[in-house]
Ligand binder design. Structure first.
Ligand code: ZN
Ligand code: ZN
Length: 258
């Protein structure tokens, strides 16, 4: 039986949608995710950013076999986080692969069940834990021509729909798969860090309020691309993973980050 230490205080559920390039917010604290063990800990963005409670971060990546992220993307995520998070004990990434659950698509409930069954790292002592799932099928909540690439659904959990990432990368007029998956991983981690105005307060107002917890700078990693654009493909036309802009970086620093 899996010991769950996560308690999900903040309704950080955000999805990064292609074409509409939307991250939507849904739901609230999820009652069934809250267990009553004495070890129960509430994880907040400040716990990632500062080291007042945790000096070390372990990121576990559980991927369906054949749908793993590239080593380069994972290394870049680590460097990105090292530059933002105060974790003097280091950031470690552990990866493992699982056989395909053979689902046609993944609902959030499906992903949570996989997390229950396969997540092995949890926040303990001075070590904070985060978890990614790399899926071999689309998000079940996709509507018509919008497809979700990634989701941050609790205070420490994220999923990347790698099959969908593959579909929208690696061809003419498309970003490389490495660039796209790295963008999605960093963007979802940005939500875990409380961006924008969702657990980490804004220093200057830069929230794109019409698109939830996103930044109003169209060159920022936390931007929610305009509905009329070709979404993430157009967003990544520069051929590089977007960086966090000055406002997003200032928010993170103000909430205990570097
Ligand atoms: Zn988002
Ligand atoms: Zn920004």
């Amino acid at each position: 039986m899996t010991k769950r230490i996560g308690l999900y205080l903040i309704p950080i559920i955000s999805v990064f949608v292609i074409l509409f390039s939307a991250c939507t917010k849904e739901g609230g604290p999820v009652a069934e995710d809250i267990d009553n063990t004495p070890e129960n800990i509430i994880i907040k963005p400040n716990d990632f950013l500062s080291e007042s409670r945790y000096v070390k971060l372990v990121i576990e990546i559980t991927a369906v076999q054949g749908f793993e992220p590239s080593t380069e993307a994972v290394n870049d995520l680590k460097t990105f986080l090292k530059n933002i998070l105060n974790k003097s004990g280091g950031i470690t990434i552990v990866s493992n692969s699982i056989a395909s659950p053979e689902l046609e698509s993944y609902s959030l409930a499906d992903i949570k069940e996989i997390e229950e069954n396969y997540r092995t790292s949890f926040t303990e002592g001075k070590t904070l834990s985060a978890w990614f799932f790399f899926a071999d099928a689309d998000y079940a909540g996709n509507e018509d021509d919008s497809k979700v690439l990634g989701v941050a659904y609790t205070s420490t959990s994220m999923a990347v729909f790698k099959k969908t990432v593959n579909e929208f990368s690696g061809g003419f007029w498309k970003p490389s798969t490495k660039i796209l998956e790295e963008t999605v991983m960093k963007h979802e981690f940005g939500h875990i860090l409380g961006l924008v105005n969702n657990g980490t307060d804004m220093v200057e107002n830069h929230q794109d309020t019409s698109h939830g917890s996103h930044c109003n700078n169209e060159d920022c990693l936390m931007y929610y691309a305009a509905e009329h654009s070709s979404g993430v493909v157009s967003f990544l036309r520069g051929g590089e993973v977007p960086s966090l802009d000055t406002n997003c970086l200032a928010d993170l620093k103000n909430n205990g980050g570097k």
